[in-house]
Ligand binder design. Sequence first.
Ligand code: FES
Length: 106
Amino acid sequence: MDTPYYKYHVFFCTNQRQDGRPCCQDNRAAEMRSYMKQKIKEAGHSGKGEIRVNTAGCLDRCDLGPVMVIYPQNIWYTYLDEEDIDEIINSLINEDVPVERLLLKE
Ligand code: FES
């Protein structure tokens, strides 16, 4: 298999619903996406062969949100705040084990 263009390609659902159903943007998803993107850039780990953070629409796991998914590893996370995002960033940069407590297992 070819080497992936990005080592970790992170997709944040930032979907906002107006009908009262749960959605990731109810939990500051766009703000957390920007926070992660900025932190990774500052750490010098963005771009080809490294980490890319993108916005996504609904990933259809709304009840477990807010959610992000990381490819090609197929790692799904939820998160609450900047501290959680920092932990996820550290595990990616250090190529560490995933942050167990934030993993979506269903
Ligand atoms: S609104 Fe985020 S997964 Fe559906």
